[in-house]
Design a protein around this ligand. Sequence first.
Ligand code: ZN
Ligand code: ZN
Length: 353
Amino acid sequence: MPVLHNRVNNEELKQRMLAETEPRKTVSFYKYFHITEPQLFRDELYKKFKELNVFGRIYIAHEGINGQISVPENSYEAFSDALYNAAPELNGIRLNIAVDDDGRSFWVLRMKIRPKIVADGINDPSFDPARTGKYLKAKEYNQLSQQPGTIVVDMRNHYEYEVGHFKNAIEVPSDTFRDQLPMAAEMLKDKKDENIIMYCTGGIRCEKASAYLLHHGFKNVFHVEGGIIEYTRKAKEEGLPLEFIGKNFVFDERLGERITDDVIAHCHICGKPCDTHTNCKNDGCHLLFIQCEDCASTYEGCCSAECRDELHLPEEEQRARRAGRENGQKIFNKSKDHPLRKHRDEWRKEREE
Ligand SMILES: [Zn+2]
Ligand SMILES: [Zn+2]
């Protein structure tokens, strides 16, 4: 039996990668399709990718595959061939190549079997995540979203929606994707014949959400191909008007990529227009929230006077306080009084009238 996982220690692998001279590309991809024997499928693919010196993480489940990897540039074609040939459903799948990325963020190949590629809490064996809604390209999105009666649904988290979203998109106000699915079906239950467009950051969540709505009797379900990332790229490339306003929240050090100049969010402390996410400087808190420059200087980058004061305590005392605290909400809560929440409720009311 060949060794199908790494045996060299992490630090050494990282050094090896850093010593490479060949350029790499960072590639992400996903596909919902039925994999009968995930372990077998995984082992086959692992062998091929290992040979090609592919790094990164890939999840495989009965419902499909999801990967974010780095590929040496001169192996790129061999890599895409290997992936396309791994299953008929994978032939020609969209491979997203990250721009402004040197491909040096991975140095090990990890391929794991998971119950799902996106956790959804669904146990219904008749649910088929591969039976998805129709893809919309950027141009098609712009056309369909303009049609009267079309409903656009954001399947991301509140803090993402808050700083940027498609014009007129509604939010599904839940903290987890698994709660969002039934909630979306419930919110839209009278709209089973309308055009419904779902979207998320990279497409993987909204694609499953589209399958979920189809499964529950919705007829005209669409989703934005490749999510906001691909929409923006295409719209810019084709010179289309951008229907997405504000920032696309991403979990890198920028905490969001500006798409348009619109600032649609507000400072969580003083309420003035601002869409700069930050983490509370108090390590015992680390709350993700929006803070303007003035408040950042008043509170020294903390979310509150309490956190600022705690920051000035001796390190030991800070640690002692932290130990007694339960791991609270790390993300600004979805308060009902939040300005954007009100905005959305008003918008929804308008729509119903
Ligand atoms: Zn402020
Ligand atoms: Zn704080």
